[in-house]
Design a protein. Sequence first.
Length: 236
Amino acid sequence: MDVTALNETTKIISQAQKEGRKALLEPEAKAICMEYGIPVTKFELAKNAKEAAEFAENLGYPVVLKIVSPDIIHKSDAGGVMVNLKSKTEVQDAYGKILENAKKYKATAKIVGVLVQEMVPQSTEVIVGAVKDPQFGQTLMFGLGGVFVEILKDVAFRIAPITREDANEMVTKVKAYPLLKGYRNTPPVDIDAIIDTLLGTSKLIMDYPEIMELDLNPIMAYEKGAKTVDARIILE
Ligand code: ADP
Ligand code: MG
């Protein structure tokens, strides 16, 4: 028997398929990222306010709370993200507020729980994406966060799988690349950490052709290392 068939990623994907879910939940997508060596924020899934507070105490403040629901894809739109929570009381209050907002947004939304995660410092934001192109198959995308991708469409694409050299080219090819090398008060970022994330994503989408879309957005890039703040995976 092939032991690789028993890994976490396979389990998560088959569970979602069994439940008829196309969009993986953030903790599922992040657990998959971890298995592929893609750094993500530390997180725990809380089922009640008391649990959320306990997890926050363990993670250390400040923390971020986010709704986990198969019926809510864009969490902020539903008032489902609360950042910079600095105490047990703030966390417990935020838990209640997030559930309340979710109910207001969609009364029938199934709530799995609330994700408690470390709040990571602001930095240069990059995006790694993947889409399954009907013609070219699994394709990777790289760009810098915010206006660079959304307005300027300053992105690089490559058909997967990619080599380290391809990944390096993707990163250096975008017009905003000089920002990654440091600019005025902005320190240079760890390009190797971004390249590793691209390579991990490439392997993931090749291993699982049933992944239709993947979106690591934003990834905070630091002088040392990087952290994926939000991860979405859509199955076909
Ligand atoms: P969604 O895209 O579903 O609305 P996100 O998980 O992207 O939700 O959260 C919205 C925004 O909140 C992020 O783009 C980021 O600016 C901020 N944020 C979310 N999680 C964290 C975190 N762990 N640390 C710091 N900022 C965060
Ligand atoms: Mg997001």
